[in-house]
Ligand binder design. Structure first.
Ligand code: SF4
Length: 487
C-alpha cells in the first residue's frame, strides 16, 4: 500500500519585479532515427524560449550512451555550432530531450540546470521538467534515507531519482509509481539509452503535445508552436495522467488508473503563459484571447476614444475589446524586444525605470484621448501604476484599465511564479482601492465565468486556484495557511 503524501513546506518562492506571472519551463522530446535530433531540439527550444530564459539544455542518445550540454543563458547563448556538433559527434543520434528553465524551486545556478541525470539498474536517464513538486522536500528526505545522493537543490532531480529508484520492470511502471508519490505539477520528457518517455501528472497542470516528424519520427513539446518550429505535424495533446513511451517499435501509451483525478490544466496557459500561435486543448490561444477581450468589453465597456494593449501578451484581447466596442485599436506603447532580465533597484523608482526600459509611449496615439489599456493580469500592481502614469505623461486624458483575467488573489505552487499571497494586490485590496493604487480612471476585470466561456472548453477543466483558492492538490500550508480555508 502506498503511503499518502502530507502537504510539505517549500522554500518561499523567489520574487522578481515581473510585469506578470512568470513563465515556468518548456520541454521537448524527439525520437527520430537517422536524424540530427540535437539540431531539431534546438529549433524547438527556440520556440519555447518564452517559457524560461534562465538556462537551457539538450541531452542526446545515440543508442549506446547519453550526451548532455547545458548552461545558464538563453537558448542562443547556450548552444552554438560546436556544441550541437559535439552532441551529434559524427553520429546523428536517435533520441533527444531539451529544456528551457525558469526557476521556481532551487536557484538559477548550474547544478539546477536541466536536463538532470539519474542512474538506475534499468539504465541511465536524463529528465527535463515543467512544473513544481509541492512535496519535494519530503520525497528527497525519504530517498536520502535510502542512500540516494543529490547534487542539486531542484525538485527535478527529486523526480528523476524517484523514477530511477522506483519499483517496476519498465519505465512506464516506474513513472506510474511516481504519479502516486509525487504531488504538484510535473509534465516532463525523459531520455534513456533507447527510449523517449513523456508524461503529464494526473492533474495535467502543464500542457504537452505529440507530433509526427516528416521522416517518420516523433516529437513531443510543451506547446504546438515548438512542433511547428521542428517541422512536425501536431497529432494530439498528451492527456493528464498519460505516460507515453516512444522506442523503435513506435508509440506506447499508458493510462494508469489513478482514482478520480481529472484534468485541471492551468488556466493561465490560456491567459498569458503560452504563445498565441499555440493550440492547447483544441483551442488556438490567439482566438481564445480575442474572445477574452470581447467578453471583457461586454462585462466592462468604457466611454473612450482608443484601445491599446500592454504588449505583447494583451494584443489579441485588446483587438477583441476594440472590435466589440466599435473603438479604434492602436499601439500606444512600444515594447523593447531586447530587455530581458534586468537588475532592478528595489522600490518604486527602480520599478519606474524598469517600465521605461521596457515600454515607450506614442504621444501621437495618446494625446488628448480617453484611452482603454488592456492587460493580461495585475499581480502586485507595482508595474501597472507606472504604465498608467506613463500614459498620462504622454498626453492621455483618461486611462481606463481592463484586465482579461479575474483578480489574482492566491499564489501558485504549481510552477508559476506569482509571488506570495501578501504581495498580491487583489488579496489585500478591494477593486476601488486597486483602481486608486494604480491611478486609473476606471478598472475592470474579466469574470471567471467569462474567462472560461472565452476559452470554450467547458467549466471545471482548469486550475483556477489563483482566482478562487480552489487548489486541485495539496499545497504547502505554511506559505499561506489560510489559502485553503478561503477556497
Ligand atoms: S494556481 Fe494559477 S498559475 Fe498556478 S496552476 Fe493554478 S491557475 Fe495556473
Amino acid at each position: 500500500m502506498l503511503r499518502p503524501m502530507p502537504p510539505q513546506p517549500v522554500d518561499e518562492l523567489p520574487i522578481y519585479d515581473a510585469h506578470g506571472p512568470r513563465e515556468e519551463c518548456g520541454v521537448i522530446g524527439i525520437h527520430a532515427p537517422r536524424t540530427d535530433v540535437a539540431r531539431l531540439t534546438y529549433f524547438g527550444l527556440h520556440a519555447l524560449q518564452h517559457r524560461g530564459q534562465e538556462s537551457a539544455g539538450i541531452a542526446v542518445s545515440d543508442g549506446r550512451r547519453l550526451k548532455l550540454h547545458k548552461r545558464l543563458g538563453l537558448v542562443s547563448q547556450v548552444f552554438d555550432v560546436e556544441a550541437l556538433g559535439r552532441l551529434a559527434d559524427g553520429d546523428e543520434g536517435r533520441i533527444a530531450i531539451g529544456h528551457t528553465r525558469y526557476s521556481t524551486t532551487g536557484s538559477n545556478s548550474l547544478p539546477n540546470v536541466q536536463p538532470v541525470y539519474a542512474g538506475s539498474e534499468l539504465g541511465e536517464l536524463m529528465l527535463g521538467h515543467n512544473g513544481n513538486l509541492v512535496n519535494a522536500t519530503w520525497l528527497r528526505d525519504e530517498l536520502g534515507e535510502q542512500g540516494v545522493e543529490f547534487v542539486s537543490a531542484s525538485d527535478t532531480e527529486v523526480l528523476a531519482k524517484l523514477i530511477a529508484h522506483a519499483p517496476g520492470r519498465g519505465w512506464a511502471q516506474r513513472v506510474e509509481y511516481a504519479f502516486h508519490r509525487a504531488s504538484g505539477a510535473f509534465t516532463f520528457t525523459m531520455l534513456t539509452v533507447n527510449a523517449l518517455v513523456a508524461a503529464r501528472d494526473p492533474i495535467g497542470f502543464r500542457p504537452l503535445c505529440l507530433g509526427r516528424l516528416p521522416g517518420g519520427g516523433w516529437a513531443v513539446a510543451s506547446e504546438s508552436t515548438a512542433l511547428d518550429a521542428m517541422g512536425a505535424r501536431f497529432v494530439r495533446d498528451i492527456d493528464a495522467g498519460e505516460i507515453v513511451v516512444i522506442d523503435d517499435e513506435g508509440v506506447h501509451s499508458h493510462r494508469p488508473r489513478l482514482g478520480d483525478d481529472r484534468e485541471r490544466l492551468c488556466i493561465f496557459e490560456y491567459v498569458y503563459l503560452a504563445r498565441p500561435d499555440s493550440v492547447i486543448g483544441g483551442r488556438l490561444l490567439y482566438e481564445a484571447r480575442l474572445r477574452m477581450g470581447q467578453r471583457l468589453a461586454l462585462e466592462h465597456p468604457a466611454e473612450a476614444d482608443v484601445v491599446i494593449p500592454v504588449p505583447d501578451s494583451a494584443i489579441p484581447a485588446a483587438i477583441g475589446f476594440a472590435e466589440a466596442c466599435g473603438l479604434p485599436y492602436r499601439e500606444g506603447l512600444i515594447k523593447s524586444r531586447y530587455v530581458g532580465r534586468t537588475f532592478i533597484q528595489p522600490g518604486q523608482t527602480g520599478r519606474d525605470e524598469a517600465v521605461r526600459m521596457k515600454f515607450n509611449p506614442l504621444p501621437e496615439v495618446l494625446t488628448g484621448k480617453r484611452v482603454v489599456v488592456v492587460d493580461d493580469s495585475i499581480v502586485r500592481g507595482t508595474t501597472t501604476a507606472p504604465i498608467v502614469a506613463m500614459l498620462r505623461r504622454a498626453g492621455a486624458r483618461e486611462v481606463h484599465v481592463r484586465i482579461h483575467s479575474p483578480q489574482m488573489k492566491f499564489p501558485c505552487y504549481m510552477g508559476v511564479d506569482t509571488g506570495r499571497r501578501a504581495e498580491l494586490i487583489a488579496a489585500t485590496h478591494g477593486l476601488e482601492q486597486i483602481r486608486q493604487a494604480i491611478g486609473a480612471d476606471s478598472l475592470g476585470y474579466l469574470s471567471q465565468e467569462g474567462l472560461e466561456a472565452a476559452i470554450g472548453r467547458g467549466e471545471g477543466r482548469h486550475c483556477t486556484a489563483c482566482f478562487d483558492g480552489r487548489y486541485p492538490t495539496d499545497v504547502p500550508l505554511d506559505v499561506d495557511k489560510f489559502a485553503l480555508e478561503r477556497g
